[in-house]
Design a protein around this ligand. Structure first.
Ligand code: NAP
Length: 285
């Protein structure tokens, strides 16, 4: 029997629990946590992600400010906005929606956010802290993935895990989190040879590549835990789909997440938790 894990339901539970904590702490400190999201340009996918963040903030009682800027904004202007937010005591979290237009250096922008307000966990100091097992803000998607696995009381320790994709925001950090939970982890990427040979041995398979329905039955071990991070448009019907061919793979798995409604909602609820965490750290300084 395959368990299809609803990230949507899990995220709802997480947000309900968080909402109660935020009510208490808002009373205690006289203000709610405040998240500022900066959206540059009018990419429809980014607009929809930003709307999702706004909606979730309202649900849990986080103050949300969305700053909209045209794609013609200069790097310098964007850095000035971030600098002001860094110095604003009423702002707890700053998030710049990626990707940015090509003329803006993303790495420079990420680095300009004060590490204490880096709710995405992308700042190089947060990344370094994660990789050296120090206190840090965990990146939202990898954090959500671990929570999905834990929700099934599945023991990660001792398992063979395979992560396809090695981006800074998903592949690498989830590799590290699984390693920290004592899985034996392999990182695969576009230059990996005999990919199916490796993936088909994995007890836990995390796929984050951005290729619709890339993972098929022959790449999956019987009884595997399959986490699909990809968000793509199905070329056949234009609907959202993952990196895993869900219908083809499902029966072979013990646990699987679906797109949409899997890791996406968990990423947003983790962002809400990170904002609350940044707020508490700043208040308790
Ligand atoms: P990315 O930065 O484009 O990285 C893609 C990774 O996939 C790279 O490491 C690349 O290898 C690897 N790859 C590409 N083609 C491959 C192939 N044929 N075989 C094996 N590996 C291959 O992507 P990302 O930002 O990590 O995002 C990945 C997907 O997750 C996207 O669909 C994105 O929209 C989605 N996403 C979802 C959430 C969520 O909340 N659900 C959050 C973030 C991202 P190389 O390193 O060798 O190039």
């Amino acid at each position: 029997m395959t368990v299809i894990i609803s990230g949507k339901d899990l995220a709802k539970e997480k947000k309900e629990a968080l909402k109660l904590k935020i009510i208490d702490e808002t009373k205690k400190y006289g203000r709610a946590p405040h998240l500022v999201v900066i959206l540059v340009g009018d990419d429809p996918a980014s607009q929809s992600y930003v709307k999702g963040k706004e909606k979730a903030s309202i649900e849990v009682g986080i103050k949300n400010t969305t700053i909209l800027k045209p794609s013609t904004i200069s790097e310098e202007e964007l850095l000035t906005i971030i600098d002001e937010l860094n110095n604003d005591d009423d702002v707890d979290g700053i998030l710049v929606q990626l990707p940015l237009p090509k003329h803006i250096n993303e790495a420079k922008i990420i680095k300009s956010i004060r590490v204490e307000k880096d709710v995405d966990g992308f700042h190089p100091l947060n990344v370094a802290a994660l990789f050296s097992k120090q206190d840090c803000i965990l990146p939202c998607t990898p954090k959500g993935i671990i929570e999905v696995i834990d929700s099934q009381k599945y023991q990660i320790e001792g398992k063979f895990a395979c992560v396809i994709g090695r981006s800074n925001i998903v592949g690498l950090p989830i590799y590290k989190l699984l390693l920290d939970r004592n899985a034996t982890v392999v990182s695969c990427h576009s230059r990996t040879k005999n990919l199916a040979e490796i993936t088909s041995q994995a007890d836990i398979l995390v796929v984050a590549i951005g290729k619709p329905k890339f993972v098929t039955e022959n790449m999956v071990k019987d009884g595997a835990f399959v986490i699909d991070v990809g968000v793509n448009r199905n070329p056949e019907n234009g609907k959202l789909c993952g990196d895993v061919d869900f219908d083809n793979v499902k029966e072979k798995t013990a646990y699987i997440t679906k797109v949409p409604g899997g890791i996406g909602p968990m990423t947003i609820s983790s962002l809400m938790e990170n904002t609350f965490e940044c707020f508490l750290r700043r208040m308790n300084k």
